[in-house]
Design a protein around this ligand. Structure first.
Ligand code: ZN
Length: 291
């Protein structure tokens, strides 16, 4: 009986331990300045992450713009595994920028959500992390733009502004790296809900892998190119995931956009994705949204 009890407890341990060791991933969500409705979208990002059961989320909200208080904004990046940015605002202090660069260079994860790729046009390392960005005076001096043609990623060097979008509409997201953990097992094509389709983003585009593109239709004011929607880069020992999706609460609540965000945050933090594709993931013909 004693042997049976110890065998039983060993079995229980074997069952219980793997779950107990899968500690939640510590996420720091940065917001506080954005030309988008960050007060509405940050809680959505937080809920998307927490609903997976994989993350705990703290929020670092910067001082408001034009108060001169940004110099005192010093999030404790090193206390987290991954930083998610919903920030598009004033430059951080040199000290905070250096702490952030060191965090990612030493293996921390970074995730840029929608207009976070508009931020910091002058910050070299930040642009290396996001690969390409838009607005803020970006142009050919910021680097090439990237487009997919005939299944190949091309870097365009024509002069011109970096960043733009046509009218908001539903659009098809097309996977280009189906084996990458963030998109592995997801449909190869899925219909995203009405959102801005960013185009002509420009940047260093080094160490950049484009996971998914969308066709920027001239009929919607787009470029006629397959523009990058989901990207990853390496920076030092760190990983960065860049999603251009998520202009609004509605766009973030697309099951496709929410799923790739949560998977991208996990990958940036750990290099792996353990989340299963949800049953209500959009198809090539139908969008799917959560309340
Ligand atoms: Zn937007």
């Amino acid at each position: 009986m004693k042997r049976f009890a110890s065998l039983l407890s060993a079995l229980l341990l074997a069952v219980v331990l793997p779950r107990a060791t899968a500690a939640p991933i510590k996420v720091l969500l940065v917001d506080g300045q954005n030309n988008h409705a960050w007060k509405a979208t940050s809680p959505v990002i937080r809920k998307i992450l927490e609903d997976t059961g994989r993350f705990t989320v703290d929020v670092a909200t910067s001082p408001l713009p034009k108060t001169g208080a940004i110099a005192g904004f010093k999030p404790r990046f090193a206390d987290y595994q991954v930083v998610v940015s919903n920030y598009n605002g004033e430059p951080w202090s040199d000290e905070t920028k250096a702490a952030f660069v060191a965090f990612v260079r030493n293996g921390g994860g970074f995730v840029s959500v929608h207009a976070a790729d508009n931020a910091f046009p002058e910050w070299k390392e930040y642009n290396e992390m996001i690969g390409v960005g838009g607005w803020g005076g970006r142009n050919e001096k910021s680097g090439p733009y990237v487009v997919f043609k005939d299944g190949i990623l091309l870097k365009g060097t024509l002069p011109g502004g970096g960043g733009g979008h046509g009218s908001q509409h539903d659009f098809l997201v097309v996977t280009r790296e189906p084996k990458h953990p963030i998109v592995a097992g997801l449909p190869a094509e899925w219909l995203h809900v009405k959102d801005e389709l960013y185009h002509r983003l420009r940047g260093p585009a080094d160490n950049l892998t484009v996971l998914a593109t969308a066709f920027s239709s001239p009929s919607q004011g787009g470029t006629g190119e397959n523009e990058p929607m989901l990207m990853v880069t390496r920076f030092g020992k760190g990983r960065a995931f860049h999603t251009t999706l998520g202009h609004s609460v509605e766009a973030m609540n697309c099951v496709g956009a929410a799923t790739v965000l949560a998977r991208g945050v996990e990958w940036a933090a750990t290099g792996k994705v353990t989340q299963k594709p949800p049953a209500d993931f959009p198809t090539a013909d139908h969008t799917s949204s959560r309340k």
